[in-house]
Write a protein that binds this ligand. Sequence first.
Ligand SMILES: C[S@@+](CC[C@H](N)C(=O)[O-])C[C@H]1O[C@@H](n2cnc3c(N)ncnc32)[C@H](O)[C@@H]1O
Length: 349
Amino acid sequence: MTRPAEAIAGLKPRIDDFAAALASPGQDERLRFARGVVERRGIDPAASAGRLRRYLEERTTSVGGSIEYARLLNPSAALADKLTVFRDRGLSTDTAIFVNFGIDRALQAMKQAGAASTMQRIAIVGPGLDFADKLEGHDFYPVQTIQPFALIDSLLRLELADERVLHVTAFDVSPRVLAHLDAARTRAAAGTPYSLVLPRNTDRPWTPGLVEYWRQAGARVGPAVNAPAPPAAAGSVDVRAIAVRPSIVSAIVPIDLDIVAGRLDLAPGELFDLVVVTNLFLYYDVFEQSLAAANIARMLRPGGMLLTNNRIFEVPSVPLTGAGYTDVVYMALPGVGDTGDRVIWYERR
Ligand SMILES: C[S@@+](CC[C@H](N)C(=O)[O-])C[C@H]1O[C@@H](n2cnc3c(N)ncnc32)[C@H](O)[C@@H]1O
């Protein structure tokens, strides 16, 4: 395995390019955001190139060599360590198409098992923002959120929701995620669709099920449109783009809420039929996860479902009971093995 210090040597040209780009970010949304981050640390990218490089190298080492991966990959690690693997890491908003395939398959299985019928009030906790694709590094398309559109797409295709009466609440703590959704709603109110871009690296051994999911993802929320062309350096990439209908965007209401610390007090008729929470619990310790689960349970109607790819700690005071699960495989990664998710359905007692 490459050690962090060796990796830094290989990454040096990229770090240099990045440092130079931060010094003159132009109108690029991502670079302006990154520049703001380093400026908040007192580094002026234009004036202190050496300090900026040292900071970037230190962050690369720290993230690449972080203890959390050792915890995750250690087969004999305690379950509580595995389920709280990112508890010491800052919150990340990264998101990708993969887990939405898992949610799609879980909804399908729930429907077949009679555990899901028509849903009207849905919540997503932590929809995330695709700032730069975590696996491939793509950033040739605008910053985007994926999960709200993928989830609505699945619900419509599986005939589990009616677009005309669907309400999706997107809870998040990140001001960037909330501002992104607010801006999309403002544009939708003026009739502008939302651009959703779904790249696929054709060199990756995606499972046939995932490829099939990717091919039709988004078809229920808007027409396919011309996709932005990836740069040559992006490798073998197929890209689909969807112009999400403004009416779909308007159905998604962002709300600033820390699910560990709070909840909405909902009247019985306002309780959610479904709450989706993926890649969020891992950032919290056992106690915080239990608080989050309790808050979610209080916002679900009896019989409503929580869908998550992180097993939660079932405690008697939280009325959520494991009702089933769906395993999905995304691809086989060399040296890592099959990557996938277990999407678990918890029913509100
Ligand atoms: C790693 S991203 C996952 C995004 C998406 N759910 C997915 O699986 O692709 C985690 C998301 O949860 C949000 N988040 C983290 N802690 C939260 C909390 N306590 N309450 C609400 N949102 C939170 C983050 O801001 C981010 O949008």
